[in-house]
Design a protein. Structure first.
Length: 132
């Protein structure tokens, strides 16, 4: 039986790991990633991720970002939440749909993003969120 969870509200990032097809992993925002994702009942969302150890002036790069954000509309399609991106720190995301597979883990929410790229390698990002 699949447990359902309402995603409306504000969530704090608990962990973010990227798993690559070769079996390697990366913590793209460090050992203590920070972030917030907000899902409004109106269908609007925004996400902000940062590495508190690297988020200083001049430390952000597209290959290993210290801060990333985007916003847009959201909708749920079965176990997937669709983010229709309006604007992002990575301008190429604008106008794209970003799909996240949702897995409830008790009171936590795991969102899995396929096709994330760090250091020129593609993998899947697994983000665990806790409701605030």
């Amino acid at each position: 039986m699949r447990t359902t969870i309402s995603i409306i509200g504000t969530w704090a990032l608990k962990s973010f790991v990227t798993e690559f097809d070769d079996g390697s992993t990366l913590l793209p925002y460090g050992d203590n990633p920070q972030g917030r994702i907000v899902y409004a009942g109106s269908g609007f969302m925004s996400a902000h991720l940062w590495n508190p150890d690297r988020h200083v002036q001049g430390a952000n790069s597209s290959e290993y970002p210290s801060y990333f954000s985007y916003c847009g509309d959201w909708s749920i399609e079965g176990p997937v939440v669709r983010h229709r991106v309006h604007a992002a720190t990575e301008a190429s995301w604008a106008g794209q749909d970003k799909l996240r597979t949702m897995t409830p883990i008790g009171e936590l929410l795991e969102l899995t993003a396929e096709g994330v790229v760090f250091g020129g390698k593609e993998g899947r990002g697994i983000l665990v969120w806790e409701r605030l």
